[in-house]
Design a binder for this molecule. Structure first.
Ligand code: NI
Length: 177
């Protein structure tokens, strides 16, 4: 079990363009995914991108049955997504609250496509192709943005809807991040 240090906004490694994975089923990839899962679990994350632990590869993980940091979110299947591609379905854009392990304690209201199709590979190289909406679509867009060096405040349109979770939602018990 290795919980890795999560880089925080301001670290230039979070602004890099990550490289595609070319070899699947390798020991290095297996270890990376194990560290990412351990780190996500230890921090109650809904998702994690490899650049957040300082690995500049196009690898994200996400998913949960119930997430303490997003108590209102429905279940999202636990997924390893490598070399992802996202295509919006329709042009409906929805604002919703997001947090990020790289911006501990903060939340912001971020516009995202409400429906997307995405493709990618799992750790064995098998193709994944899904069409999803709601929080699932939001998580995928958030995590894949990390691969292009984009953090959620860079997507925001109204900075008045950005702040500390404890101030924005004083009535809600959200675990400290
Ligand atoms: Ni994030």
């Amino acid at each position: 079990m290795t919980v890795r240090n999560v880089l925080r906004m301001g670290d230039p490694r979070l602004q890099q363009l990550a490289e595609p994975v070319s070899d699947f089923g390798t020991e290095a990839l297996r270890r990376l995914l194990e560290d990412m899962r351990d780190t996500m679990r230890a921090t109650n994350g809904a998702g994690l991108a490899a650049p957040q632990i300082g690995v500049p590869l196009r690898v994200v993980i996400f998913g949960f049955k119930h997430n303490a940091r997003y108590p209102d979110a429905g279940e999202v299947p636990e997924t390893v997504l490598i070399n992802p591609q996202i295509t919006p379905v329709g042009d409906v854009i929805e604002e919703g609250w997001e947090g990020c392990l790289s911006l501990p304690g903060l939340r912001g209201c971020v516009p995202r496509f409400s429906q997307i199709s995405y493709t990618g590979r799992d750790e064995t190289g098998a193709l994944i192709a899904r069409t999803v909406g709601g929080f699932h679509a939001r998580v995928v867009q958030h995590e894949c943005d990390h691969l292009d060096g984009i953090l959620y405040p860079m997507r925001m349109r109204d900075m008045r809807k950005f702040g500390f979770t404890s101030e924005l939602f004083p009535e809600r018990e959200v675990p400290e991040e």
